[in-house]
Write a protein that binds this ligand. Structure first.
Ligand SMILES: Nc1ncnc2c1ncn2[C@@H]1O[C@H](COP(=O)(O)OP(=O)(O)OP(=O)(O)O)[C@@H](O)[C@H]1O
Length: 256
């Protein structure tokens, strides 16, 4: 069953059609990838799904409900979590607090409550949130670094911390924007295993990624964008040999 569907989704920026009549369905429980050359419209598509942009035309549905046109926080609350291309951490805060910032909207616990600590439920909820944050860190193999300052983590660990923070919201689908960017081969391998582990918890994963080895190794299905148009979609082995895809990446006359 599709959990996320894009129906004829288009966005124009002035004269530029950044995403052009895209139809796409992400099946629940799958790891779906979106690839394409630079400027193809991949990040724009994620920004459309998460409500940063509203489609000029078309409709986006999540779990059967139309989400295009809604506010980003409403869409996040429905169960769409995401990470961004660039790292967005609170560097001076401990790792676990970076995750709690992701989790806090789930609890009644707030800043005032934490200062006054008036009722036992506040304490209980605080403990539950801490437990949950630790579980999210465990899912990205960072539980052992919970109390370290975020800026002391290696680059690969910081990127995993961002995933933990997105998981803290208990999304039903996780959107990862170039999760392996800048990672060395070892960090990529670790990340691949972590994403597979996250999927095993029942999570749907939708990722944009340039690293073909990563994409081909992890995805159930791959959709390909070129100049905003979806030019191909299928299993990794189908997409890999698709002439239109090869041409989009290597230019006209390319052979495989
Ligand atoms: N807010 C905006 N205003 C105008 N043009 C935009 C805006 N956002 C994106 N674009 C344009 O839309 C096109 C698609 O950009 P986008 O960043 O989505 O591509 P991408 O596939 O994610 O590229 P990359 O792989 O390099 O990150 C580009 O031509 C870009 O310049």
């Amino acid at each position: 069953m599709a959990i996320l569907t894009l129906d004829n989704v288009t966005i124009r920026f002035g004269g530029l059609v950044a995403v052009d009549k895209v139809n796409l369905a992400v099946e629940e429980g799958n790891i779906q990838a979106l690839i394409g050359p630079n400027g193809a419209g991949k990040s724009t598509l994620f920004n459309l799904i998460t409500g940063i942009y509203t489609p000029t035309e078309g409709e986006i549905r999540f779990n059967g409900e139309v989400i295009s046109g809604r506010q980003t926080h409403q869409i996040a609350a429905l169960g769409i979590g995401r990470t961004f291309q660039n790292i967005r951490l609170f560097n001076e805060l401990p790792v676990i607090e970076n995750v709690l910032i992701g989790a806090h909207t789930r609890g009644k616990w707030d800043l005032l409550g934490s200062i006054l600590r008036p009722a036992p439920w506040v304490k209980r909820e605080e403990e539950q949130l801490l437990d949950w944050a630790m579980e999210c860190l465990d899912r990205v193999d960072l539980a052992g670094k919970a109390w370290e300052i975020a800026s002391n983590l290696s680059y690969g660990e910081q990127r995993r911390l961002e995933i933990a923070r997105a998981l803290a919201l208990k999304p039903r689908i996780l959107l990862l924007d170039e999760p392996a960017a800048g990672m060395n081969p070892f960090e990529k391998q670790v990340l691949m295993e972590i994403v597979q582990k996250i999927r095993q918890t029942g999570m749907t994963v939708f990722l944009v990624e340039h690293d073909m080895k990563f994409v081909m190794g992890i995805s159930d299905r791959i959709a390909v964008l070129d100049y905003g148009v979806k030019i191909a979609e299928g299993k990794p082995e189908e997409v890999r040999v698709n002439p239109q895809v090869i041409e989009a990446y290597l230019g006209k006359g390319a052979k495989h």
